[in-house]
Design a protein around this ligand. Structure first.
Ligand code: SF4
Ligand code: SF4
Length: 72
C-alpha cells in the first residue's frame, strides 16, 4: 500500500516562529537547516510514520503553513 503523507508544510510561508514544534504530542516537528524565501528556517516533519494526525500543529500555526491529512 502506498504510504500517505500525513502532514504537509508549505515551507515558503513559514516564519520560523516554532509554535508548532511545541504543541506536537509526539515531538516530530523540527526546524529545518534550509532557509526559505522569507529568510527563515522552516518547520518540517521527516518522520511521517509517527504523526498521529491530531491536527494540533495546523491549529496552532498563525500563518496557515500546515495541512494535516487524516486516514479514512
Ligand atoms: S498532526 Fe499532530 S502528531 Fe502530526 S505533526 Fe502535527 S502536531 Fe504532530
Ligand atoms: S507555527 Fe507555522 S509559521 Fe510557526 S514555525 Fe510552525 S509552520 Fe512555521
Amino acid at each position: 500500500m502506498e504510504k500517505l503523507k500525513k502532514v504537509n508544510f508549505d515551507e515558503q510561508r513559514c516564519k520560523g516562529c516554532e509554535l508548532c514544534t511545541a504543541v506536537c504530542p509526539v515531538n516530530i516537528i523540527k526546524m529545518s537547516e534550509r532557509i526559505n524565501k522569507r529568510g527563515y528556517h522552516p518547520a518540517a516533519v521527516k518522520d511521517q510514520e509517527t504523526c498521529i494526525s491530531c491536527g494540533l500543529c495546523a491549529q496552532m500555526c498563525p500563518d496557515v503553513v500546515i495541512t494535516v491529512y487524516k486516514e479514512d
